[in-house]
Design a protein around this ligand. Structure first.
Ligand code: AMP
Ligand code: GLY
Length: 428
């Protein structure tokens, strides 16, 4: 089978790494990929938002199975586009169509979806520029802190947690009137702040059957002890100690099953990953957000624990046969530390030479933002590498992942030194 993965980050490198281990995979392609995927697959110089170019690559390389990594092409309807090509009728695709991707593409849609299907989430209201005055008055009365979310995709920057009414009102004005997030801010969801511990649960569904993949905790802020601006993710851990069996059962009953039933009731055939961002509020799960894809860097700790043939799982998803596969998960702990460029998540430089990759031991180095040039590997993004260790204890996995982050070198290297430490303390 010829397989194509769309994307260029650590998530896609992890997909490729897992697919390359499958005897079902004859030829593996990543578009556009990075220096890490180039070591196990053929990188194609195709931008994933250029649907025509993706279709051409699929024809040229007789791709049988396509896995879409990032949200943008999904939300823009790449699956619908490919389904309209008569000669690609046999193509298997993992990733939801435009309607399913609305779970991530529109916060207003996803709040409406949760309300309609009785899925626990923070109370909220949506405002537009026409209802701005009403929104400002609503904020006058709202409990603090209050959460404001731009409706559309905003590269992880569209959520503001305001501590004062004045800040909240200024943010609402900026988003609706000032068009701070462009069209993504045409609607703004104002919601109640949930106090609790956050974790992410990943569901793989073929539209009817589903598998709950290992859960993970992400470290979103740039600074240690969760300080400073939000990033795409500075590290991740799986499993998550506070996600005990009882809590995960509630997640399945109160969130996963109603989500899948809701999609069916709404006439959406969802085939792909659903990433559910959850808040554990005194032992009860509340949905913070849905994403229509896997998380990054969560994938880099989830996949190393999945023991199944990944190509087989992906085929079963596309064929509607996930009920025929038994998920096998390692009980080991996976920890990833993300090494980033100086300045990230704001302005940063690219093109720095990465050295000492060959000295890494006992970790898998997933490339996030790298490019190969004349035998050398250069930085090519804010997040550069995700260094994953798998071990019998959380402590050992943390130690190995951190040691790898110390070992690898490039000008301006930064990483968090506290990945997983809160969970070690939680255990004790
Ligand atoms: P998002 O960009 O949607 O992932 O949101 C960014 C972060 O904002 C989440 O990971 C949470 O930490 C936080 N957040 C979003 N909604 C809420 C909420 N209702 N209550 C508390 N924190 C929230
Ligand atoms: N790490 C968070 C995300 O992938 O959205």
């Amino acid at each position: 089978m010829n397989i194509l993965v769309l994307g260029s980050g650590g998530r896609e490198h992890a997909f490729a790494w897992k697919l390359a281990q499958s005897p079902l995979c004859d030829a593996l392609f990543v578009a556009p990929g990075n220096a890490g995927t180039a070591q196990l697959a053929n990188n194609l110089a195709v931008a994933y938002n250029d649907f025509e170019a993706v279709a051409t690559a699929i024809r040229q390389h007789t791709i049988d199975l396509l896995i879409v990594g990032p949200e943008e092409p999904l939300v823009k309807g790449i699956v619908n586009f490919l389904r309209r090509q008569p000669d690609l009728a046999q193509l298997r695709i993992v990733g939801p169509d435009e309607a399913g991707a609305q779970l991530e593409g529109s916060k207003d849609f996803s709040k409406g979806f949760m309300l309609r299907h009785g899925i626990p989430t923070a109370a909220s209201r949506t405002f537009t520029v026409e209802t701005l005055q009403e929104g400002l008055r609503y904020l006058d009365e709202h409990s603090l802190p209050v959460v404001l979310k731009a409706d559309g995709l905003a590269a992880g920057k569209g959520v503001v947690i305001a501590e004062t009414v004045a800040d909240a009102q200024a943010t609402l004005r900026d988003m609706l009137d000032g068009r701070k997030f462009g069209d993504a801010g045409n609607k703004v969801v104002v919601e109640q702040f949930l106090r609790g511990i956050e974790l992410s649960v990943f569901v793989l569904t073929d539209g009817v059957n589903y598998k709950i993949l290992p859960e993970a905790k992400d470290y979103k802020r740039i600074g240690e002890a969760d300080t400073g601006p939000n990033t795409g993710g500075m590290g991740a851990v799986s499993p998550v100690v506070f996600a005990n069996e009882n809590f995960l059962r509630k997640v399945e009953e109160k969130v996963v099953k109603p989500t899948l039933a809701g999609l069916q009731q709404d006439g959406i055939r969802y085939q792909g990953f659903i990433f559910i961002g959850l808040m554990n509020v005194k032992g009860e799960p509340y949905v913070i957000e849905y994403n229509a894809r896997m998380g990054d860097p969560e994938t880099e700790v989830v996949l190393p624990r999945v023991q199944n043939d990944f190509a087989e799982l992906m085929i079963a998803t596309a064929d509607g046969e996930l009920d025929k596969v038994a998920l096998q998960v390692s009980s080991q702990t996976a920890v990833t530390t993300v090494v980033v460029s100086n300045g990230y998540p704001d302005v940063y430089e690219k093109g720095k030479i990465i050295t000492d990759l060959e000295r890494l031991e006992d970790v898998t180095a997933f490339h996030a933002g790298t490019i190969a040039q004349n035998e050398r590997v250069l930085t090519n993004g804010g997040r550069v590498l995700a260094l994953t260790a798998l071990a019998n204890s959380l402590e050992n996995a943390v130690r190995k992942s951190q040691e790898a982050a110390r070992t690898v070198q490039f000008d301006g290297k930064q990483y968090r030194k506290d990945i997983g430490l809160d969970l070690i303390r939680y255990q004790d």
